[in-house]
Design a protein around this ligand. Structure first.
Ligand code: ADE
Length: 416
């Protein structure tokens, strides 16, 4: 029996039904699971993972277990754990540590349990496990074969470790794969962020001024979905190329200070701290809604919101109302944490199919290439990225055109 810390093990039956739903919508991972089940490429490997404990993550964990690995999993956010799924995983032989609503202290304690399991491979979502291993468990970290990183914020942190000469094992930036950025960061976050906002505060999007802060893959996906629902979308960007791209996509570009005065709904997706500060909150309209879709709860200054408020109360599980000194009310969703994972179930299973197919194949790649890799952050090999795209298209019932021999020759030649 696996060791575990979950909210209620009796939730396992419901959790398993949810996992089965996800499994039925993750066809690419199913193909990989079939092969892993036959070949057992991870036999004898211990995997430590720090990921959102969702039904989709469960399908990845069961796939890796099928490949022969023993798995220790903790949550990558204190508010994203699906307790029924955690219970089902514990019953399925995964060592799982996570409870929705755990304190910050418990959160890191669970990560430490995973680190202290002395994994050979780590999978991280946001960098907390990898950074914790480097800072608090250096002897364990040095023996690790390699890691995979799921998200932009984690890749930024691991590249910072590399730049400082401190990274002690290779890391594959799964986040940076073309298929991941396209399907997960753009379309997955676009949809699940809007879903989270609507679950939390069921407001009409049509006709609203929606301010999206950050126009990377995530921000551009959110903007697209908000516009699709009839919002007037305003983009706040610091990068001139991204801002130009947003302008050419037909959005209005404003500074945070200008946007603060007119926004009805604000969504941050920058990966940086204090993007919405006191000076902006002071200018906001009565009833403004603030939501974050970046990895950490640092983008909206909750400290400033608290300072400017005379009182606050909880409206529902996902909405807190702050009353400012002049009586204006500002609504903060999901405590400023990832609104799509806290107030919705994260990205749909068919999106995570791609992200987690990349994870599974990247873990296999680390094992196969362990003797050739340096302590660097690597991109996902293009063959893996293209193979995942091919399999996903096939699963969607779409066929690729093929180059003729003549066309291939033409493309290889300098003659026309
Ligand atoms: N990140 C975004 N959506 C997710 C999901 N459904 N499961 C795990 N990680 C996620």
């Amino acid at each position: 029996m696996a060791s575990y810390i979950v909210k209620d093990i009796n939730l396992a039956e419901q959790g398993m039904r949810n996992i089965e739903w996800a499994m039925n919508h993750m066809p690419v991972l199913a193909l990989i699971r079939d092969r892993f089940s036959r070949d057992k490429p991870l036999k004898g490997i211990k995997i430590g993972a720090c990921m959102h404990i969702t039904k989709e993550t469960a399908v990845l964990m069961l796939t890796l277990k099928e490949a022969g690995a023993e798995i220790f999993l903790s949550a990558s956010n204190p508010l994203s754990t699906q307790d029924d799924v955690a219970a089902a995983l514990a019953k399925s032989g995964i060592h799982v540590y996570g409870k929705r609503g755990e304190s910050e202290e418990e959160y890191f304690k669970m990560i430490d349990i995973v680190a202290e399991s002395e994994p050979n491979i780590v999978i991280d979502d946001g960098g907390d496990l990898i950074v914790r291993l480097h800072e608090n468990h250096p002897d364990i970290a040095r023996k690790i074969i390699g890691g995979c990183e799921e998200t932009t914020t984690g890749v930024t942190r691991e590249k910072a470790l590399e730049k400082d000469g401190k990274l002690v094992f290779p890391v594959i930036a799964v986040n940076n794969a073309h298929t991941k950025r396209l399907m997960d960061n753009r379309y997955g976050t676009g949809q699940s962020t809007i879903q989270g906002i609507l679950n939390a505060a069921s407001v009409l999007i049509a006709g609203k001024n929606v301010v999206v802060v950050g126009y990377g893959y995530v921000g551009s996906g959110i903007a697209k979905r908000a516009r699709g629902m009839g919002a007037k979308v305003i983009i706040v960007e610091v990068d001139p190329i991204k801002a130009l791209s947003a302008a050419l996509d037909g959005y209005d570009i404003k500074t945070m200070s200008e946007a603060a005065e007119i926004g009805d709904i604000f969504i941050t997706a920058t990966g940086d701290i204090n993007v919405i500060r006191g000076e902006h909150i002071k200018k906001m309209k009565n009833g403004a809604i603030l939501a974050n879709s970046g990895h950490f709860n640092v983008e909206i200054s909750i400290e400033a919101l608290e300072e400017l408020s005379t009182s606050k109360r909880r409206i529902n599980e996902f909405v807190e109302e702050y009353v400012l000194r002049d009586g204006r009310r500002i609504y903060l969703l999901a405590e400023g944490r990832l609104v799509n994972l806290v107030a919705a179930g994260g990205h749909p299973s068919d999106v995570m199919d791609v992200s987690f197919a990349l994870q599974a194949l990247s873990v296999e790649y680390l094992i196969r290439n362990r003797s050739n890799l340096e302590n660097k952050v690597y991109e996902v090999p293009l063959e893996i990225d293209r193979e995942v795209a091919r399999l996903k298209l096939e699963a969607m019932g779409m066929k690729l055109e093929k180059l003729t021999e003549e066309q291939e020759r033409y493309l290889r030649s300098y003659k026309i």
